[in-house]
Ligand binder design. Sequence first.
Ligand code: FPP
Length: 245
Amino acid sequence: MSSESRKRIDPSKVPAHVAVIMDGNGRWAKKRLLNRVKGHEKGSETVRTIVRASREIGVRYLTLYAFSTENWGRPKAEVAALMSLLKKFIQSEKKQMMDNRIRLNALGRIDRLPDDVASALRGAMAETRNNDGMCLNLALSYGSRDEITGMVQTLARKVKDGEIDVTDIDEAMVSGHLFTAGMPDPDLMIRTSGEMRISNFLMWQLSYAEIYFSPTLWPDFSEEEYLGIIADYQNRDRRFGKVSE
Ligand code: FPP
């Protein structure tokens, strides 16, 4: 990391949880007359860069939107290529994750992933589960509405079975039944590629996140730009619906 970029970061105000919608791989490839898969490949390199930078500055949780419930509707070949990239990433980064005490976790319906990807993921999650340096959440086969629907079903079942009363249901209980149970909500959400949408990502958890839209396509997103966004975040006045002192 360049010392210039590092200087801009206040170590006492690093966001505990950063969430990212990594968008623009397809357009990056199209601009170069390449197959979309090439964009995803280049995008995986950006993933490595941002994971490393996050760990270095002390982010505790990094959540990356790698595959949405809607992405299953993409052409078969693209889905297969994304699955294969994910598996490669998990396998090739395991050593890095162990060396840097990074815990790998998945948010989403892992059971819908192809068996080989699901098993590589489960293996890496088990191997890294005691790492305490940073938690890397990959949102995979993830959709916020799907997550919230699952939470409602679980709580309804608990009420029906007499385990809890309707009046026991509060915000903490809802949070505790999402894939992010036990984690702090994201402080900062970044979406690349100039699109200004949430796209079914962490809709409950992003309630008070600072949002940053970057025009850069994900494969071109750099550590320098990321650190600039963190520095910008550190200057924002977070009021959580109250007034500043
Ligand atoms: C959005 O770009 C990106 C995705 C749907 C997948 C994100 C995947 C990666 C960055 C690579 C693999 C992930 C890991 C964790 C190694 P898009 O295809 O929607 O781009 P477009 O909007 O320009 O078409």
